[in-house]
Design a binder for this molecule. Structure first.
Ligand code: NAP
Length: 268
């Protein structure tokens, strides 16, 4: 494997599970020292066991990204262990399907707090330190394609991800002069344990969702992780404010696909 991230220090929020753990593994196998942060020690311990079993230099810190002071302490402890953070991946999120009129203020605040506030608190903490230290760095925000379109059933997540998209572009411009690149990855449906449980637990719903993906399958965790790897690599040195969509075409208009398929079967 290409060790192009040798010695870089990476912080991944929500890095103990699902896509976060996949990203941690990809970047760790590329030579990075990997710190993972989330609320539940059990998730972090499982993540650490996995990462260390792959000989990755890994460290975990408990932090709720909704709390700015916990974020600051988490970054302090990563610095104490590995040195200054070079790369931040804002991956932590919560989500569940609910009609908007039934979403409680607590549900709204919790998801928006994790996704939008959390991504800003972490970016601010890492960005501020990079600027003070005069060091270059890279941030990748994990969003979702419904940041552009809205997402019926997930008004909290869609609104928060749209905010993170705006934040990505804003910070990309503000921090370009400091050599800090800020980009986003928008995954389509990937069968992580968290997403499957919260978003398509019903088998019919799962099938319906899959039918909306022109490539006809779920994405793989590794496919998202490799997109993140590209964006944090030196090969993307002139890329900032961009979003790399990794969704098998799900977010592209495909209303006429059925008609096209019918015509293919009956060419005359
Ligand atoms: P997941 O395994 O449920 O990941 C969510 C992670 O966020 C967990 O590790 C969780 O750990 C952490 N987290 C939640 N609230 C937190 C908080 N307040 N503070 C710190 N950490 C917190 O789900 P996933 O599918 O891997 O999703 C990862 C990212 O990909 C999310 O941003 C999601 O929106 C995005 N995404 C996923 C899909 C998909 O189909 N899987 C599609 C589009 C976008 P703790 O519980 O330990 O805190």
């Amino acid at each position: 494997m290409n060790r192009d991230l040798q010695g870089r220090v990476v912080l991944i929020t929500g890095g103990g599970t699902g896509l976060g753990l996949g990203i941690a593994t990809e970047l760790g196998l590329s030579g990075a020292k990997v710190a993972i942060a989330s609320r539940k020690e059990a998730n972090l311990n499982n993540g650490l066991t996995h990462l260390r079993s792959r000989s990755i230099d890994a460290f975990a810190v408990v932090a709720d990204v909704r709390e700015a002071d916990e974020v600051a302490k988490a970054v302090d402890s990563v610095e104490a262990r590995f040195g200054p953070v070079d790369i931040l991946i804002n991956n932590a999120a919560g989500n569940f399907v609910v009609p908007a009129e039934r979403l409680s203020p607590h549900g709204w605040t919790s998801v928006v707090g994790t996704v939008l506030n959390g991504s800003f608190f972490c970016s601010r903490e890492v960005g501020r330190r990079l600027i003070q230290q005069g060091r270059h760095g890279s941030i990748v925000n994990i969003i979702a394609a419904y940041a552009w379109t809205g997402g019926a059933g997930t008004v909290h997540s869609a609104s928060a991800k749209a905010g993170v998209l705006a934040m990505t572009k804003t910070l990309a411009v503000e921090w370009a002069q400091f050599g800090i690149r800020v980009n986003a990855v928008a995954p389509g449906p990937v069968e992580t344990e968290g997403a499957s449980r919260q978003l398509w637990a019903d088998p019919d719903e799962r099938e319906r969702l899959l039918a909306e993906v022109p490539m006809g399958r779920f994405g793989q965790v590794e496919e998202v992780a490799q997109a993140v790897h590209f964006l944090v690599s030196d090969g993307a040195g002139f890329v900032t404010g961009a979003t790399l969509t990794v969704d098998g075409g799900e977010s592209l208009p495909h209303a006429r696909l059925e008609v096209v398929d019918k015509l293919r079967k009956n060419p005359s």
